[in-house]
Design a protein around this ligand. Sequence first.
Ligand code: ADP
Length: 632
Amino acid sequence: MSETKEFKAESKRLLELMINSIYTHKEIFLRELISNASDAMDKLYFKTLSGEGEAVSRSDMRVKIEADKGDRRLVISDNGIGMTKEELENNLGTIAQSGSFAFKNENEKSEDVDIIGQFGVGFYSAFMVAKKVTVISRAYGSEDAFIWTSSGADGYTIAEADKDTFGTTITLEIKDNTDDENYDEYLTPYRIRELVKKYSDYIRYPIIMDVEHEKLREGTGVDGVEPEYDKEIVTETLNSQIPIWKKSKSELKDEDYNEFYKDKFHDYSDPLLHIHSKTEGTATYSALLYIPEKAPFDYYSKNYEKGLQLYSSGVMIMEKCADLLPDYFSFVKGLVDSEDLSLNISREMLQHDRQLKIIAKAIEKSIKNELKKLQKNDREKYEKFFETFGTQIKYGIYESYGMNKAELQDLLMFKSSNGGSTTLEEYVSRMKEEQKYIYFASGSSVSRIESLPQTDMVREKGYEILYLTDHVDEFCLQMMHDYDGKEYKSVSADDLDLGTEEEKEEIKKEEEDNKPLFDYLTESLGGKVKSVKLSQRLKTHPVCITSEGMLSVEMEKVLSAMPDGQGAKAEKVLEINPNHAIFGKLKSLYETDKDKAGEYAELLYNQALLIEGMAIENPVDFANKLCEIMSQ
Ligand code: ADP
């Protein structure tokens, strides 16, 4: 006798959603059913552990998959704890109060569909691919079996059935192909194997399937005899059962880690570094993380998505969990497996999950520690890493307005006048006793920076200079403000303040004596510079450009190269070397030929821009004027 019953209202709604799902990841239904089977076997195992009923051996437990293309049936059976009639009714007639049903926006279909696809809602996901689902189950310790059948939202029936052994057999009658959807794939052994590998590889029980092979008949295919084949059925285990991250480190070689990485994360080269950790305490989890050797081709583009794979007790619940990685470590690949997370948890809930937050913090810390270790123990490798991903870390500091400074500043590396690369800690350890600042100079390359006139004075003092060649460098330093109380100072800053009192006095006097000349030169440059003054930092070069205020000339260059950065201008100062012949020339021209003095100022200004690597406003005019002078 069987009677048709209606689903509870909520379940019915969800079911309708499943049936009409346009979600592209329908394939997750298999993961859901296998996980349920695995849970049922876990439950049985624990029940018998406590001495109730006849003992069962864990080694006999398995999930079996059978696919029959002819009658479009996919069967998933387990020898787990099974369900009584009441349990069938309660468990499959009502939707479990799992996180995935925390639908807020029922009316927005697209959002709902996304939630289904990302996390599934267990058993019901079967209706995404099946037009009819049959569950035959016999509870452990019971003689009776029952059959639960449903063709969708209309309801389900439960009736008595025959089943020799305890456990559950679920039969899906797979939907017919449509124009947009090829359901046949769920009946194809090759595809089933692929799905098991992808989502359920580390389920601790074997997932088996009978696979047909063709075997060469003996005596054929040799000596000119046409090859003939016999069909042979082989029972294969589709999953590898023990995840590499659950194995102990001593069992694993670098090679194992590298192979797993290349296979799982589709990279051709070995990773630069792997981090394998198991943690117990406030959060229990294993993590296997990798730092790639090269940046993925789309790394610095908008398309790149950061994230780690997330597993709950060996079952993958999310391909890319972005919340596990801060942006500045977005290059890290890998996975996290935790018992503390439930399988059916929605993206929304995950974001607020306390466990996940704890895990993310711990992971961030371990990445940082491993990088510090690498920096100390294998400098060459670290420098390679920093060359590839350092910019990302600097952006991390810049974008957080320096909030991550304490975490990240010791990971930074800069080229320096010391030759080679240095960390900030190393720089500070080499600072001279009277040296107040950490000096830096910016430019597009080391050789360019080395020839900057502004570095003359600092160099003469014997102070080391950090060479900033990356666009973000100066912005990053500005956000950090200081290292260990030592402020950063640009060699082009207006208050470099390195001369002796005597020198300063001398220059001040000279400036006062020639005030009308400087005012005139400033004026004739027509607002391009804030002022023209005598330089305390130039030794041999005639002129240079420096800046006042927060925005340096180098920063102006970077900003004006950005689409929305137009208009950001540094407050430029044209500095003239008081000891250079050109200063004397300007002085005398001011007396005899003011116009010419003005023209010279323009030429000198343009020269200084060129040395800085900046574009000049009117190159043709500049070239013509230069030629004119050469022909005089
Ligand atoms: P969830 O797994 O999140 O609880 P499901 O809808 O997948 O939600 O399953 C509902 C319930 O049905 C499960 O909690 C379990 O008690 C029962 N169940 C599902 N599949 C099986 C199975 N193969 N064997 C025994 N019980 C099962």
